[in-house]
Ligand binder design. Sequence first.
Ligand code: IPM
Ligand code: MG
Length: 403
Amino acid sequence: MQNTVIQKSLDHFKTVIESQLQRVERIKKSAEWTDYSTLEPIIIGVIGGDGIGPYIADEAKRALEFLLKDEIASGKAELRTIEGLTIEKRAEVKKAIPDDVLDEIKKCHICLKGPTTTPKKGDPWPNIESANVAMRKELDLFANVRPVRVLSEGIDWVFFRENTEDLYALGSQGLDVTDDLAFDFKVITTPGSDRIIRAAFDYAKANGKKRVTAVTKANVVKTTDGKFLNVFYNIAKEYPGIEADDWYIDIMTAKLIDTKRRTQFEVFVLPNLYGDILTDEAAEFQGGVGTAGSANVGKQYAMFEAIHGSAPRMVDEGRAQYADPSSMLRASSMLLKHIGQVEKGERLDMALDICGTYERKYRLTGRSDGATGREYVDYVMETIQAEDLKERWEQFTKQEKTG
Ligand code: IPM
Ligand code: MG
């Protein structure tokens, strides 16, 4: 009996190793970066998702239509709604991303995605893989880039979270050896670490940042996190002007609330799960996960999304129209910059800082005592158009700094 159990487990482990060895080879051969400046039209897919997703995705789409109106009118850009990435449909076909939806996504060059429900054991849905995780793997979106900024408090961070490996790579392929013994697999590869760490250092170099910080638990998780850290310090040698240091995840969560230390961090690079956790904490300083956008970037595709979940309760309670669209607007600004529309992305960011952090003419509370997402986006669009946008933004961020 025990031998059969062990054999079955070894067979499973063998399949897992084979699939990961193939993945390593795929990473090594992976294609060149897409040059968005050569695409006409750039096709931008907009995916609603579940819960409040369709509401906030629609609002972000309205802002993108407004910002890209000339490009859309002249045929340089196209916004395309992609239906069907809903939990009902995914449950029906028992797939994280239904095939026809994936085909539609692949026909776009880049996409903006609302949050999608992620089932877990015991939910009324089949326990299928998260749509986010599946899309990141399917499109090889290895860099999860998450900026957090509260300039008036000296917080200006960019997290480079590895997006395809670690405990996520085989999150749905763990092993129940017996009723009493379960394994999950943590996977870290050299080329997978290499590409995310390089992305972090390249970003630092291109943006005048002086420091890149790795976060691991390499003192305990010696093999995989040890590899990540090793690759980190090897790559750091290629960037002599940039200081490289590393912290363990536990103390890092503490340092983020240390007001003296936290302003010294600039760029972070970290394995998937630590990145998941730390970026939720970081977003809280900026006003919560509802205010944070996220880029999932691969060499060929890129997907931009909110960092929070689908808040089904808001829909059940009839409050979806009060959901905060800021996360999707931040994601839209990252999308704009990614396709080369840097100035438009920056104007959107400045407007979001003014509307969400400083001026706050409309407050979103998630309830009827606050503004609706639609009113808020109107306010953001009005702010973007203002001639004195930049001056106002500078005024707000400066005032707070010296005050
Ligand atoms: C995120 C989310 C996802 C993740 C969930 C929904 C699977 O928390 O994007 O941070 O864990 O990556
Ligand atoms: Mg998360």
